[in-house]
Structure formats: structure tokens, C-alpha cells
Design a protein around this ligand. Structure first.
Ligand code: AMP
Length: 272
């Protein structure tokens, strides 16, 4: 299921710390890691006067290729195959990361997040949010400051009882079966709604035989999910990616967007 994954790197030290999680991916069957670095052309747009873009790209490429070689040897040292994307693509990081994942048959995009506030994200643009929103391939985002040591020890599976979250089931089960992870199934009943007991029971039946417990909360989904996350010391959150529907969601992003922005622990988002 995760035989080949794509790792997106900005070469920052906290981003490269993500490589320490690769042995855990090996345990769930990862064999090959494709590494992509994008020369961010968004940054030089506007400052292009006086710059020879071709020369700039060439210089960035030379620099990037030697850093990629170092990353490749670290991945090798974990006993995993590594493939850098060369020549290093230049363009918009979000588009190029998604393109590289598709072209190389990656089953998951693994990336970091600098985790800034909403205002800065709107001003500077968040690469991880962009990828999580646009990618059809599952994405795992690890905040640069995360304190988590193992990703899949205690999985918080947020389920809204719709097919969006149901699509994540196969990943949760696959990982939990391999690693014996604890699963915390969380369902939040929103204002003026009633708990759909029958639907919840069907979801629980799919998890039978695994180490899981169910927590039902009442309130705003992202707030309650993040609260449970803390209370239960979850080590990652699994959610379905959705398209913003309500007015609030359109302004602030879907529940998945908000969780991704505020979660301190790694977030796995899948749309398919
Ligand atoms: P964010 O803080 O949301 O902008 O996301 C930062 C993460 O996006 C980094 O940890 C990388 O995984 C990825 N990223 C950002 N810029 C690049 C880039 N130029 N090339 C490849 N990945 C990048």
C-alpha cells in the first residue's frame, strides 16, 4: 500500500528530521522513497528584473543535486531504495510536488510544515496546505516542531460518518494490522444534530479485532478532535480530505484544513 512514497524537502533541518520516521514506514512495507526538491520560482517573480532566470535555475540545481545526494545516502542507510528527482524541477512547489508524486507512482506524499498562523499562511502561502488540498494521493504532514517519536502508535481516526472519512478506513486498518497500533475513533456530533448510532456501529464493526476505542463528542468538529488528541496523547490524526461546504468552511477552510493548520501532531489526509 505504501511501497513507494514521495518525500518533499525544502532542505531545512526540521524538514530533514522527518527522515527519522522512515524506519517506521519500512515496517509498514515502504521499499522506495522518491525525493523531490523544487526550485521555488514563486519567490523570484517580481524580483526578476536583472536576474538571468536560466542561470539562477542552473545554480540552484547544482546546489540542490549535492544536497539530494546526501539525503539519498541517509535513506540508503535505512535499507530503503532512494530516488532523487533530477533534473530538479523549477516552478510552483505545490504543483511540482503533486506532479512528481503522480509521475513516479508514489502512494503517499510525506512532507513537513513550518506551522505558522493563518495570517502568515495567507500572505506567504503554505506548501503543505496546498498539497493536502490539491493532491488525490494521500498526504502525511509532519509539523517541523513535532515532539512525536513514533507516528502510528496511537492513531486518532476522525470519522464524520460520511464516505469522506470512510475512505481513510483502509489506511488505518492496514497500518494498525501491521503495527498493532491503538486506534481512537472519534466522532463529533455537531450542533442541532443527533448521534447516528446505527452508522457509527457499522464503522465500529469494521474495526473489530483491532485495538480500538470510540469517543463521541458534541460541538465543533475540529475543536473537539484537537482536544481529544491532546487528552489521549494521540501520535497522529487520520482524516478524510473534503471540499469546504459551509460559509464558515469556505472562509476558514474545511475541517481537514483547520486540523492541519492547528494540529501539533502529524496529520494523514486521504481523499481516495
Ligand atoms: P509549509 O510550511 O506549509 O509551507 O510547508 C513546508 C513543507 O513543504 C516542507 O517541510 C517541505 O516538505 C515542503 N516544501 C516547501 N518548499 C519546498 C520546495 N521548494 N521543494 C520541495 N518541498 C518543499
Amino acid at each position: 500500500m505504501f511501497e513507494r512514497i514521495l518525500f518533499a524537502t525544502d532542505f531545512s533541518e526540521p524538514n530533514l528530521k522527518i527522515l527519522d520516521f522512515l524506519p517506521e514506514f519500512k515496517e509498514i512495507g515502504t521499499e522506495e522513497v522518491v525525493v523531490v526538491r523544487v526550485i521555488n520560482l514563486n519567490r523570484i517573480i517580481g524580483a526578476a528584473g536583472g536576474i538571468n532566470i536560466d542561470e539562477y535555475i542552473e545554480e540552484c540545481r547544482r546546489e540542490a543535486e549535492s544536497k539530494l545526494a546526501e539525503i539519498v545516502s541517509r535513506i540508503d542507510s535505512f535499507g530503503l531504495k532512494a530516488k532523487p528527482i533530477v533534473p530538479v524541477p523549477a516552478g510552483d512547489p505545490v504543483n511540482e510536488i503533486i506532479k512528481a508524486a503522480k509521475e513516479n507512482g508514489a502512494k503517499l506524499i510525506l512532507m513537513g510544515s513550518r506551522g505558522r498562523g493563518i495570517i502568515k499562511e495567507i500572505l506567504l502561502g503554505s506548501v503543505s496546505e496546498g498539497v493536502a488540498r490539491m493532491s488525490d494521493i494521500p498526504v502525511m504532514v509532519i509539523k517541523h516542531k513535532t515532539k512525536v517519536k513514533r507516528l502510528f502508535e496511537r492513531i486518532l481516526y476522525a470519522h464524520d460518518l460520511t464516505e469522506h472519512s470512510e475512505r481513510v478506513m483502509k489506511y488505518v486498518k492496514f497500518i494498525a494490522e501491521k503495527l498493532g497500533s491503538e486506534i481512537i475513533l472519534v466522532h463529533v456530533v455537531e450542533k442541532e444534530e443527533k448521534l447516528a448510532e446505527e452508522k457509527l456501529k457499522i464503522v465500529e464493526e469494521e474495526l473489530l479485532g483491532l485495538n480500538f476505542k470510540t469517543i463521541v463528542r458534541y460541538g465543533t468538529p475540529h475543536k473537539e478532535i484537537l482536544k481529544v488528541c491532546k487528552e489521549e496523547s494521540a501520535t497522529s490524526i487520520f482524516i478524510g480530505g473534503g471540499i469546504p461546504e459551509t460559509v464558515t468552511e469556505k472562509l476558514l477552510g474545511s475541517t481537514a484544513d483547520v486540523i492541519l493548520r492547528y494540529s501539533k501532531i502529524p496529520v494523514f489526509i486521504a481523499k481516495s
